[in-house]
Design a protein around this ligand. Structure first.
Ligand code: S3P
Length: 172
């Protein structure tokens, strides 16, 4: 990938289960840059896991912390940042990411999301009902925000390497 465009952090956005953390780690490796996961940073700052934060304080409180953590990460010089699925939907967070980073929307079809999130269902937003219906609703509602990312890459069930290579091509 050309050096010119990647002096800004590459920020992976998209729905839960799409592979932001897995792809993010591999992308950072391929570029020999650092990787950081925003949800993990939130958990470290709060000393609680995400589902506990939702349970104890609700979603609005989580979004406040998420916004602050991502603002800090954007300034820390990381190569690649994975965000939680709702982060880029927040107007302030999205504006900041678009201004200071390069947003990469990882997109895939609903079946794949349902499959991937069912393997480890620790997501608070999927607990209030039927995961497929919730994911479908979120996909419809959030896609217009995700579509503002500078780059969109479709992650199918192919090897992660193929997805990383497509991102590298888009950056070149
Ligand atoms: C959320 C996605 C989660 C986590 C939180 C809320 C969302 O991250 O931030 O449960 O609003 O889509 P992942 O996308 O990594 O699952």
């Amino acid at each position: 990938a050309s050096a010119g465009r990647i002096d800004r952090p590459l920020v992976l956005v998209g729905l839960m289960g799409v592979g932001k953390s897995t792809i993010g780690r591999r992308l950072a490796n391929a570029l020999d840059r650092s990787f950081v996961d925003a949800d993990e940073e939130i958990e470290r700052a709060a000393d609680r896991i995400v589902s506990e934060i939702f349970e104890a304080h609700g979603e609005a409180y989580f979004r406040d912390g998420e916004r602050r953590v991502i603002a800090r990460l954007m300034d820390e010089g990381h190569g690649v940042i994975a965000t939680g699925g709702g982060a880029f939907v927040d107007d302030e967070t999205r504006a900041l990411v678009l201004e200071k980073g390069i947003a990469i929307w990882l997109d895939c079809d609903l079946e794949t999301l349902v499959e991937r999130t069912s393997r480890k269902n620790t997501r608070p937003l999927l607990k209030s009902g039927e995961p497929r219906a919730i994911l479908q609703g979120l996909k419809e509602k959030r896609s217009p925000a995700y579509a503002q990312a500078q780059i969109r890459v479709v992650t199918d069930d192919g090897p992660h390497e193929a997805t990383v290579n497509r991102i590298l091509e888009e950056l070149a």
